[in-house]
Design a binder for this molecule. Structure first.
Ligand code: FAD
Ligand code: SF4
Length: 472
């Protein structure tokens, strides 16, 4: 603990944003970092708690009090090493993690948690700026070969850990670039994509081979990949979206969020959108169905494309403005949150069920809705219509794609349709086939994907070598 009275003397101050009218002009990141003095002050607020709930609340168990102290004493290099010891990609989580660590921080009991996420981001950004982050090439090769299907954060974390353990690692990815939902789902304004390219370059130097545009189970038989390697890791994500089975669903202009968002990310990355109908929000009344993060990403993207209006509908009731700390802390609380995209001008409504999509000449013109009670039962007489030129469905994902790879391997699934594997071994029902990330746990967060990729890598190393020094 660098400064014993830091938390008594200083208030929380976090990064700010460019104003909405400025930031919607382009797809660039818009967070304004804290300066050096502010960062050291904020780090000094950490109380180095006897039981650091932050550390427990963080899925990768970042050693938060340790690096807060190192930032306070300006030992940024040691802070970077510490951060990298638990997290392969802090530049991703420092930008897009919802920060369960901050919800768990003891100082959050009175709503003033340490600005952990901003400090994490500053440590890693400084590391890259100063050239402190080098490839870590293991000269001692094991001669074992690992195939990883899916280059999302889970697959990338597993690949980096296994290459550093000396294995020969091959990553197969159906898209043209690495990153999974980090690249094609999460918009550039939340995280620009050059950070992923930089990591791919680092990993290539560390010995990872990437095979892009290769859809396993479609272009290439999964059995052929299995035959070429000692172990197979499946990290293909949870890609089947939840549908809205109502009358009129088939009309033109109603799309899944993940048909809309990747197009814009590809445009930003100068990548062709492929042989698909362009979906654009310009001059349209946009309705986003689903009140979560994916819905927010649709809002921010729609505003940047020039939407006339954006309305977001959520079937659940409006959450309380403030959580009851005695009941929720140190867990993630359900409370009213306003994302930066919602702040850009979206209308929001809660307890709303969409009952019909109305079209003219085959194209959506409006949606019909009804208010629901807390048991999601329609309230009589509450039906209403909203004008709509574009409807985006952002209601989450049900499970991974089964057709192709998963079915060909005849893997057991859990009750929700995810690939079954426990977190002690990460091994599926087939020997030598492992699963991690959203493909195993269902739709989740980047930080959980990194955790699972790291832990799975350790179990794979143990499986191959009979011993391992990789951390869990
Ligand atoms: C729009 C959106 C916004 C999100 N925002 C956030 C956020 O702000 N913060 C956060 O923490 N989380 C966010 N998430 C969730 C987060 O992105 C995921 O939990 C995380 O990316 C899961 O990582 P993963 O590696 O398991 O899977 P994915 O990221 O889904 O990666 C899986 C990869 O496997 C590839 N693949 C699948 N099948 C095959 C195959 N048969 N052959 C070859 N390749 C294959 C896919 O193309 C993909 O590249 C968001 C999700 C979405 C959809
Ligand atoms: S819980 Fe908060 S104050 Fe306590 S060690 Fe963690 S970051 Fe510091």
């Amino acid at each position: 603990m660098g400064k014993a009275t830091g938390f008594l003397e200083l208030n929380r101050k976090d990064r700010s944003y460019l104003p909405p009218e400025e930031r919607v002009k382009n797809f660039k990141e818009f967070v304004i970092p804290l300066d050096d003095t502010e960062l050291r002050q904020q780090a000094s607020r950490c109380m180095d708690c006897g039981v650091p709930y932050c550390h427990n609340g963080c899925p990768v168990n970042n050693q938060i009090p340790d690096w807060n102290d190192l930032v306070y004493t300006s030992d940024w290099k040691a802070a970077l090493n510490n951060l990298h010891s638990t997290n392969n990609f802090p530049e991703f989580t420092g930008r897009i993690c919802p920060a369960p660590c901050e919800a768990a921080c003891t100082l959050n009991i009175d709503d003033n948690p340490v600005t952990i996420k901003s400090i994490e981001c500053a440590i890693i950004d400084r590391g890259w700026e100063n050239g402190w982050i080098e490839p870590e090439v293991n000269p001692n090769k094991t001669g074992k070969s690992v195939a990883i299907v899916g280059a999302g954060p889970a697959g990338l974390a597993a690949a980096q850990q296994l290459a550093r353990a000396g294995h020969n690692v091959h990553v197969y990815e159906k898209h043209h670039n690495a990153g999974g939902l980090l690249r094609y789902g999460i918009p550039d304004f939340k995280m620009e994509k050059h950070g992923i390219d930089r990591r791919v370059e680092q990993m290539q130097t560390e010995g990872v081979s990437f095979h892009f545009d290769t859809n396993i189970g479609v272009d290439t038989k999964v059995e052929d990949i299995q035959a070429k390697h000692d172990v197979l890791i499946l990290s293909g994500g949870s890609e089947v979206p939840r549908d809205l089975p109502v009358e009129g669903r088939e009309v033109d202009g109603v799309h899944y969020a993940m048909d809309f968002l990747p197009q814009q990310n590809r445009r930003n990355g100068q990548e062709p959108i492929g042989e698909v109908e362009p979906i654009l929000a310009e001059d349209k009344h946009v309705i986003v169905i689903g009140g979560g993060d994916t819905g927010s990403d649709c809002i921010g993207t729609s505003f940047r494309q020039g939407a006339t209006s954006v309305t977001q509908l959520e079937i659940m009731p409006m959450p309380p403005e403030k959580e009851d700390k005695a009941l929720t802390w140190p867990d993630w609380p359900l409370k009213m949150r306003t994302s930066s995209s919602q702040e850009e001008g979206a209308e929001r409504d809660f307890s709303v069920m969409t009952t019909r999509i109305i079209g003219e000449d085959g194209h959506v013109t409006a949606i019909e809705c009804t208010k629901v009670d807390d048991n999601m039962k329609p309230i009589e007489g509450s039906a209403f219509e909203l004008k709509a030129d574009l409807v985006l469905l952002a209601m989450g994902f049900v499970h991974p794609v089964h057709d192709g790879m998963v079915d060909a391997l005849t893997l057991k699934k859990d009750a929700r349709g995810n690939v079954a594997a426990d977190t002690a071994t990460y091994e599926t029902s087939q020997k030598g086939v492992f699963a991690c990330g959203d493909m195993r746990r269902g739709q989740s967060l980047v930080v959980w994907a990194i955790r699972e990729g790291r832990q799975c890598a350790r179990e794979v190393d143990l499986f191959l070598m009979g011993e391992t020094v990789l951390p869990r």
